[in-house]
Design a binder for this molecule. Structure first.
Ligand SMILES: [Zn+2]
Length: 395
């Protein structure tokens, strides 16, 4: 499916690169990344249809890690400490009510409530997350998507953290938020998204399947201004999370602190091409370093039905060099899912032989997965990490 520009609505998109992806639960898909010739925004196009994406989310997405026993990660706690202070400083006081779109397990809203926000409400498409929010934090949520939910209530603060980059029509959702705040003399919105910063700041796999829109500071400001929000505070972090992030607090009260928008076509086009070259070289080099070990193994299994497996296959010559016996994952949701030629099975269902190898290709959870596989190493199974980073920044 070809998309229109998510910022300006332009139809003149130029494809910068495209790959065939073996996505879990879906047939082979052509996934590409394109730039708008009008405003220079980068988005995923061609992409899958909205329905296919929803199917992917419902069969795959696990937003809370069972390994942490439903507790927020340290980095999540830290991020919320900062968010609350940042919003308080930008607004001048703590808002009295908050609506979070994409409220996940309810942790964020529980923190705002704890800080003194008297009325909080979530909007969350995942039924399991809605139940979890109620059970863990007594947070109420509308069980619906950002696109479909309605409310007659008004909220002083609307929170959208790591939501806009997933939406097929983010501007429509921002417009809806703005209308929810129409009755107020002044309302605020806090948006946070991955930041399409300079190529050297971006992690492998930055152009991912779930992220269909790519924001720079300039087009994020534009997206807010175009929907009647005026940025008043900004924060950018390049090292604190896996990918750079930007957070913007904006007010419904007209004010003009930001520079006028001009097309980012030239600059963004160069950025994507440089990043892409570096990324392809990176994946292959990482694989080349462990290839001899993989080729000596009796059976090789890939760990994790997901995007990282998809990227590993798309960005390297793994399948030409090594016979892959199968795919395994500890998540029950993924058992039976077909990805490429493999059906994902529980690790206990495999008859492991000494000399077998497992390849871990997740960037975000590499260490967590590796640490949990001591039982395999005890059976003389090699557990190989592709990225070999000690990363504790994941959310
Ligand atoms: Zn555009």
């Amino acid at each position: 499916m070809q998309r229109q520009c998510f910022i300006c609505g332009g139809r003149d998109l130029e494809c910068l690169f495209v790959n065939t992806w073996v996505l879990p639960g879906l047939d082979l898909k052509e996934i590409g990344f394109s730039i708008c010739r009008n405003c220079g925004s980068v988005c995923q196009s061609p992409t899958v249809t909205f329905d296919e994406m929803m199917h992917f989310y419902s069969s795959m997405a696990v937003y809370t890690n069972p390994g942490r026993r439903e507790k927020p990660s340290e980095s999540k706690i830290r991020d919320l400490d900062e968010q609350i202070q940042f919003i308080k400083r930008g607004v001048g006081s703590l808002p009295s009510s908050a609506l979070q779109i994409g409220s996940s397990d309810g942790y964020t809203l529980s923190r705002f409530k704890q800080a003194g926000v008297t009325r909080v409400l979530g909007v969350e498409p995942g039924e399991a997350s809605v139940r979890l929010a109620k059970k863990l934090y007594n947070i109420d949520c509308i069980n619906d998507s950002a696109e479909n939910f309605t409310t007659t209530e008004t909220f002083e603060l609307v929170i959208l953290t790591h939501v806009l980059e997933h939406l097929y029509a983010p501007q429509t959702v921002l417009n809806k938020c703005r209308h929810i705040q129409d009755p107020l003399p002044e309302g605020f919105i806090y948006v946070e998204v991955p930041l399409f910063a300079s190529p050297d700041s971006l992690c492998p796999g930055f152009f991912s399947f779930e992220h269909i829109n790519y924001y720079t500071r300039a087009n994020l400001f534009k997206s807010l201004l175009d929907t009647g929000y005026y940025p008043v505070s900004t924060v950018e972090h390049y090292n604190s999370n896996l990918a750079p992030v930007i957070g913007v607090l904006a007010s419904t009260k007209p004010q003009h602190h930001t520079e006028e928008f001009s097309s980012e076509y030239e600059n963004n086009s160069k950025k994507v091409q440089k990043y892409r070259q570096q990324e392809v070289a990176y994946w292959q080099q990482k694989l080349d370093e462990i290839l001899p070990t993989l080729q000596q193994a009796k059976n090789v299994y890939l760990w994790g039905a997901g995007i990282h497996t998809c990227q590993l296959v798309a960005n390297t010559n793994l399948l030409e060099k090594v016979h892959i016996t199968g795919l395994t994952d500890t998540s029950e949701l993924k058992w039976g899912l077909k990805q490429g030629n493999w059906h994902c099975v529980p690790p206990e269902a495999i008859e492991w032989q000494p000399g077998d190898a497992v390849l871990i290709s997740s960037y975000a959870s590499e260490k967590e997965i590796f640490d949990a596989l001591q039982w395999l190493r005890d059976k003389k199974i090699k557990t190989l990490c592709l990225h070999r980073i000690d990363n504790t920044k994941t959310n």
